[in-house]
Design a protein around this ligand. Structure first.
Ligand code: NAD
Length: 244
């Protein structure tokens, strides 16, 4: 049984790191970007391009508000987020590296979370550099502006932006140290995040993957493929790990 084997490997591991993508939050009601139900079938990805944002802040913000503030706002962590938090509490997981910007790992109770692409909960003023929680900013008039007059941008990574240095350093360090890398709900199409499992494998980690379908990693890197929805698989893994 792959679940039993995965649990045994995790129990015997020295350093387990999880790496999550949009798929882990799908059952919390947040669609992924790609695929038939993906957000890019409804919205134009250029709204998240830095050059477009600079030239069309209002148009960008209209899409950003719909996706990340009207839509994400109601989402709550699911059993997969909670299973990772429990694994950490039981000393079975060192860190979660997430590509998601929805804050659901923290809300589930995970403490050591590396946000590779930032977080949608904070806004950053492009003029004075001030940061403010999005919930304190009125999004009725777009683009929202700082008291200094500058345009606010969500404090997550847009296409064409650098990964925050601290998050990148910590994530690649995790990939070096891990002897088990647990991938959940990621296609492996977004660079440079997609390099992390490769890096982990290169340093000798076992790759355990949870996904509803094969990803870019499945045939090349994955040692144990746990096929299914993240919540069901992670509930099963929790039972096998005997953690409540
Ligand atoms: P992706 O959208 O490219 O792919 C999602 C993956 O999840 C696919 O492999 C799909 O098969 C899998 N999946 C779908 N439903 C699943 C389920 N119930 N259980 C397990 N797996 C499931 O996602 P990505 O690779 O993470 O890259 C997209 C980028 O978009 C990321 O960088 C992320 O920052 C961003 N994004 C974030 C959110 C969020 O914060 N929740 C949502 C959409 C996109």
């Amino acid at each position: 049984m792959p679940l039993t084997a995965a649990a045994r490997i995790i129990r015997n591991a020295r350093h387990v790191t999880a790496f999550t993508g949009a798929g882990i939050s799908v059952e919390s009601g947040i669609p992924p970007f790609r695929g038939t139900e993906g957000l890019w079938n409804r919205y134009d990805p250029q709204s998240l391009e830095m050059s477009y944002f600079h030239s069309h802040p209002r148009e960008s913000w209209e899409v950003i508000k719909k996706i990340f503030y009207d839509f994400f706002g109601e989402a709550r962590p699911n059993d997969a987020h909670r299973a990772l938090a429990l694994m950490e509490q039981h000393g079975l997981l060192h860190a979660v590296i997430t590509q998601n910007i929805d804050n659901l790992h923290q809300e589930a109770g995970s403490r050591n979370v590396i946000e590779f692409h930032g977080n949608s909960q904070m806004l950053l003023c492009l003029d004075c550099g001030a940061r403010r929680p999005a919930r304190e900013v009125d999004l009725a008039v777009l683009p929202p502006r700082c008291t200094c007059g500058g345009v606010y941008k969500p404090d997550f990574v847009f296409f064409g932006e650098m990964i925050p240095e601290d998050a990148s350093m910590r994530a690649f360090r995790e990939a070096e140290l891990a002897d088990v890398f647990l991938l959940i709900g990621t296609t492996g199409e977004v660079m440079p995040a997609s390099l992390l499992p490769e890096e982990a494998k290169r340093h000798g980690a076992m790759i355990i993957e949870v996904n509803t379908e094969a990803s870019n990693y499945t045939t090349r890197l994955t040692d144990i493929f746990l096929e299914g929805k993240a919540t069901a698989v992670m509930r099963g893994l929790r039972t096998e790990l005997l953690i409540m």
